[in-house]
Write a protein that binds this ligand. Structure first.
Ligand code: B16
Ligand code: MG
Length: 217
């Protein structure tokens, strides 16, 4: 029996990807490494340090900076990102998310979060949905990035629910891999092309229904 649903944040509850994109793009321009939205897709669900590394590799500059300089660059991106997310409100919730959270609550399941973002708590509070979550794992304390299962396993542990009794909801391919590696049932939100490994998939968040997910198992 399923006892908990664990959510990814960016791309499932809200679309912070656009703000991450704007912040990385500005840093990329300063470093003379321009990139487009298509490249930005490869940064979804990827941690801050790993995202910077991918951008530097794109520009052939992975060896141009010391570890300390890279840390300063990542901080610069984050400062800009934090400024951009100041404006987040309930308006930024993806369609159908409140109804889905209410349905899960009404069924008596626990709700957790497995986000790679160190800003997850700030974003969830700004969206006005903090009260739905029984626990939110601080990504700052997670060592391994998705596709590694660590963040999902930590989320299940925090809820006190065995991984095989959890459903994970993700929009990124690396996230689906992480959910499976954690031994959970994977629900994908997005196109078949990227999420073909999901156990159950919907095109968009407004189509998420716990009843249908449970029936698909
Ligand atoms: P931060 P998720 C991920 O969030 C984003 O998809 C990814 O683009 C971002 O780099 C990562 O969080 C880290 O975010 O810099 O705020 O710690 O999809 O795992 O909710
Ligand atoms: Mg995501």
């Amino acid at each position: 029996t399923i006892e908990a649903v664990i959510f990814d944040l960016d791309g499932v509850i809200t679309d912070t990807a656009e703000y991450h994109y704007l912040a990385w793009k500005q840093l990329g321009e300063e470093l003379d490494i321009p990139f487009d939205r298509e490249f930005n897709e490869t940064l979804k669900g990827v941690s801050r340090t790993d995202s910077l590394e991918r951008i530097l590799i794109l520009g052939g500059k992975q060896d141009a900076f010391t570890a300390q300089e890279k840390e300063a660059l990542a901080t610069k991106k984050n400062d800009h990102y934090v400024t951009l997310i100041q404006h987040i409100s309930e308006q930024d919730l993806l369609p159908g998310i409140i109804a889905f959270l209410d349905e899960i609550r009404a069924t008596g399941l626990k709700i957790g979060m497995a986000s790679a973002s160190k800003n997850a708590l700030t974003v969830v509070e700004a969206l006005g949905v903090r009260h739905y979550f029984d626990d939110i794992v601080d990504a700052a304390t997670v060592a391994q990035s998705k596709p590694h299962p660590e963040v999902f396993l930590r989320a299940a542990e925090a809820l006190g629910v065995a991984p095989e009794r959890c459903i994970g909801v993700e929009d990124a391919a690396a996230g689906i891999t992480a959910i499976h590696a954690a031994g959970m049932y994977a629900v994908g939100v997005g196109p078949e092309t990227t999420l073909h490994e999901a156990d159950y998939r919907v095109d968009s968040t407004d189509l998420l229904s716990l009843e249908q997910i449970l029936a698909s198992r």
